[in-house]
Design a protein around this ligand. Structure first.
Ligand code: ADP
Ligand code: ASP
Ligand code: MG
Length: 465
């Protein structure tokens, strides 16, 4: 059995849906289980409608919802000729739109959107596309059933710290493998899940990859295929570096580092699950299905280049705790971490100079203010006594990461990287090298990030990989 996941770009409109469905058709013999994301941009649009509802902007809210509705209606009308089929899908959508028309005014009325409401709001994109995709497979002559992942993937109650209950999920996945084996293609909503009490939860933005690997690992699939709009994992984001090249093989370890540091292609937990079950992951291009793509597996391919990828993540904030008096304040680093953990702030990078006068951490922009406030509260006494001089933040920064198993033990990678950025006048605000030595991360201003990625890509000759 293979799990086949299509991202939002692969189901964004009729020609794409058709292309994706034909790929499933061609995989018929492998007993495919399909996972789909919402149509590209729909999750964003739902959240924007939610924000508008929250602000009481009912006109904007309804305009956004109307836009989403028309996109799906258009897809139904263009994909199907048979009136009965169109009615059947319209009926399935009518039920969903009834729910939507209660949820959004509810937010407007309460002027409140909890993480739980946000999860429910963002769940509709996947729930709207799945019946269409499944029905389209049937029109191509395959047996298929739509499946709401909330009946399959079970998580804990806490919508901010999603933990999947694998024992329960594995039991429920049994239904999917039975379907696939009997020749019925299940089309499962990516991204969404639910608590045992039936509360809708999600796996976080871009979470459909994770859905695919949860299902893949629970049914012990032979392969998990991620179908997207590029030819595979590349040496850099092709939108930033047009001559980036595709990597034909990537080890699990490298893929984990890479996804952690920015590349949108994969979600870190996705890879971990595949690692545990030793299931190969393949990244393929929906729009060029004959291209081999990237195979991510346990074997480390031998590579003459030390660095394989340069990635960047934007929208970060750098928070600094400074003070000469910090020397001798016990456990500052420990207390920084306890504070961020208590406030559910995830720290993407951390560094402390050996002089103990400076601690820096990188967090997501939306957590920036909260991090500063929480740390100021935590170190109130030290600030009063002038042992800590200041806790400050700089927003709009990026983490640029060089990744590759070959970085390990190859001297001069850091020197070369710093040299290149220095000559281009790009200020390096912080650096870190993981102990795995697979990753060298550099913090710089967001406005410098694209140029830094391009320069590093060139300096390490990645277009020749
Ligand atoms: P999907 O709709 O399939 O989920 P996404 O837009 O979420 O697709 O992710 C695919 C995009 O990720 C590509 O179009 C590409 O611009 C971007 N990307 C960023 N870094 C990389 C990389 N190293 N290799 C390939 N693609 C990358
Ligand atoms: N639709 C969700 C998102 O946009 C999940 C996904 O696409 O993987 O984040
Ligand atoms: Mg995506």
């Amino acid at each position: 059995m293979v799990v086949v996941k299509f991202g939002g770009t692969s189901v964004g409109a009729v020609p794409q849906i058709d292309q994706a469905a034909r790929i499933v058709q061609s995989l018929r013999e492998s007993k495919p289980l399909v996972v789909v994301s919402a149509m590209g941009g729909v999750t964003d649009a739902l959240l924007q409608a939610g924000e508008a509802a929250l602000m009481g902007q009912t006109r904007q809210r309804d305009d956004k919802l109307w836009e989403i509705r028309s996109r799906h209606d258009r897809a139904i009308n263009e994909l199907f000729k048979d009136r009965n089929v169109i009615h059947e899908l319209q009926e399935a959508h009518r039920v969903l739109w009834e729910e939507i028309s209660k949820v959004f005014p509810g937010v407007s009325l309460l002027r409140e959107m909890s993480p739980r409401s946000r999860d429910l709001i963002s769940s509709f994109g996947e729930r709207l596309i799945v019946p269409i995709f499944s029905r389209y497979l049937r029109s191509l002559g395959l047996e298929s059933e739509p499946v709401d992942a909330r009946e399959i993937i079970v998580t804990g109650e806490d919508s901010e710290f999603i933990l999947v209950d694998f024992d329960e999920t594995r039991k429920r996945c049994h239904k999917l493998s039975k379907m696939a084996k009997s020749g019925v293609v299940p089309v499962v909503t990516g991204f969404i899940c639910s608590t045992p009490a039936g509360i809708t939860t999600t796996l976080g933005r871009g979470g459909s990859h994770y859905s695919a690997s949860i299902i893949g690992s629970c049914i012990k699939a032979d392969e998990i295929q991620i179908w997207t709009d590029v030819n595979g994992v590349m040496t850099a984001d092709p939108r930033i570096v047009p001559d980036a090249s595709v990597l034909d093989r990537v080890s699990y370890k490298e893929a984990t580092e890479r996804s952690y540091f920015g590349a949108k292609v994969l979600h870190p937990q996705t890879i971990m699950l595949a690692v545990d079950e030793d299931i190969p992951l393949r990244i393929k291009n929906t729009f060029a299905p004959d291209v081999a793509g990237t195979l991510i597996s346990a074997e480390t391919p031998v590579h003459q280049y030390s660095v394989k990828t340069v990635t960047s993540i934007t929208g970060m904030t750098l928070v600094s705790v400074e003070g000469r008096g910090m020397i001798g304040v016990p456990g500052v680093a420990g207390r920084v971490f306890t504070t961020t953990a208590r406030n559910r702030i995830s720290v993407l990078m951390f560094s402390q100079g050996s002089s103990e006068q400076h601690i820096s951490l990188v967090v997501n922009k939306q957590d920036g203010d909260n991090t500063v406030k929480a740390l100021r509260r935590e170190f109130e006494q030290e600030i009063d006594r002038r042992r800590i001089d200041r806790i400050t933040s700089i927003s709009d920064i990026s983490i640029i990461a060089l990744v590759g198993e070959g970085i390990k033990g190859v001297p001069g990678v850091a020197a070369r990287a710093f040299g290149v950025l220095g000559s281009a006048n790009i200020n390096i605000m912080m650096i870190a090298q993981g102990s795995s030595e697979l990753n060298l991360s550099i913090v710089a201003k967001q406005k410098d990030a694209p140029r830094a990625v391009q320069l590093l890509h060139e300096a390490f000759e990645l277009n020749r990989v």
